[in-house]
Design a protein around this ligand. Structure first.
Ligand SMILES: O=P(O)(O)OC[C@H]1O[C@H](O)[C@H](O)[C@@H](O)[C@@H]1O
Length: 297
């Protein structure tokens, strides 16, 4: 069967090859496994909680309505780091297409974690659409402002943990020439390196990355992941390295930082602001494409 629902999760298998499949936890509507021809593409901590007791460490947690910990916005600063979507149980809305298998999940203030809506009481509706192609995974979000009088202001981000063979042999292409904010140095600058490499903890936000720029994760010269973005101008690149992952109770094994990199397409440099009744959509498409180096414009 192409779509299987259990009490806590939904599994889609591709009709042309059931070893291509995706598993989504209703908690957080978190994709926590995506296998392409039997090979896992996403990193998941062996200590990740899949019982709804905390956000999943791995897969594709959803970040809404705030990225990181906001210190200044009068409404959003009350919320914990990365907001309420990743720690609320979403409603499974069902199947919208059988080929490619496509399903939807919904979240609104009534379904959201009440501890969070106490802190941020805006009126919104989220619909996540997960589409399993034979050679790609598309996650699309629609955010609607349900208020008839107030603007809705938010960040969105797909916090994608990609599985890689070895971080020290990995680089990320096509971000050269982009402005970034380094969250560790607390500085903004233009990245002049020909590609992103990893020698320690990295936590940077590339801002206003041109829409047609294809971000690729390359291991020993071979493209292992391609990340395409629709309406998501920013991209976080994160690896916690030894010390930071050592301090995270749900990050296991402790050598796991070698086998993951987060490439996180989002709208986080500034907020999306929706007028009453307005909708906004954006998407991430993961695949394994041929290597494509793009020149600086
Ligand atoms: O530990 P979490 O709340 O899941 O956050 C994990 C990471 O998310 C993003 O990548 C941020 O840029 C990092 O600063 C943060 O450490």
């Amino acid at each position: 069967m192409a779509i299987e629902e259990t009490e806590t999760q939904v599994i889609l298998s591709h009709p042309s090859d059931s070893s291509t499949n995706v598993t989504i936890l209703k908690y957080g509507a978190t994709v926590f496994s995506w296998k392409l021809y039997g090979q896992e593409q996403l990193w998941l901590s062996t200590a990740a909680k899949l019982d709804g007791s905390k956000p999943v460490r791995g897969g594709i947690p959803l970040v809404f309505p705030v990225f990181g910990k906001n210190e200044s916005d009068p409404l959003l600063s009350k919320l914990p780091q990365h907001g309420l979507a990743r720690n609320s149980t979403w409603e499974f809305l069902g199947q919208v297409k059988s080929n490619p298998p496509t399903v939807q999940f919904g979240l609104n203030p009534k379904l959201s974690n009440p501890e969070m809506t106490k802190l941020w009481s805006e009126d919104f509706n989220l619909i996540l659409t997960v589409e399993l192609g034979s050679d790609y995974l598309k996650t699309e979000i629609e955010v609607e402002n349900l208020s008839s009088s107030k603007e809705l202001k938010f960040n969105w981000l797909f916090h994608t943990y990609l599985k890689i063979p070895d971080i020290e042999d990995t680089m990320i292409s096509n971000l050269v020439g982009m402005k970034l904010y380094d969250q560790l140095l607390k500085e903004s600058f233009v990245d002049k390196h020909p590609c992103v490499t990893f020698h320690g903890e990295k936590d940077v936000i590339y801002q206003n990355v041109e829409a047609d720029r294809v971000i690729q994760v390359v291991n020993q010269g071979k493209p292992v992941h391609t990340v395409k973005r629709v309406n998501l101008p920013d991209s976080v690149v994160w690896n916690p390295w030894i010390e930071k992952s050592g301090g995270m109770g749900d990050f296991e094994p402790k050598t796991g930082y070698k086998e993951m990199v987060c490439v996180e397409p989002g709208h986080v440099h500034d907020f999306v602001v929706l007028s009453p009744g307005e909708k906004w959509t954006a998407a991430q498409i993961l695949s394994k494409d041929e290597l494509k180096y793009q020149a600086i414009q």
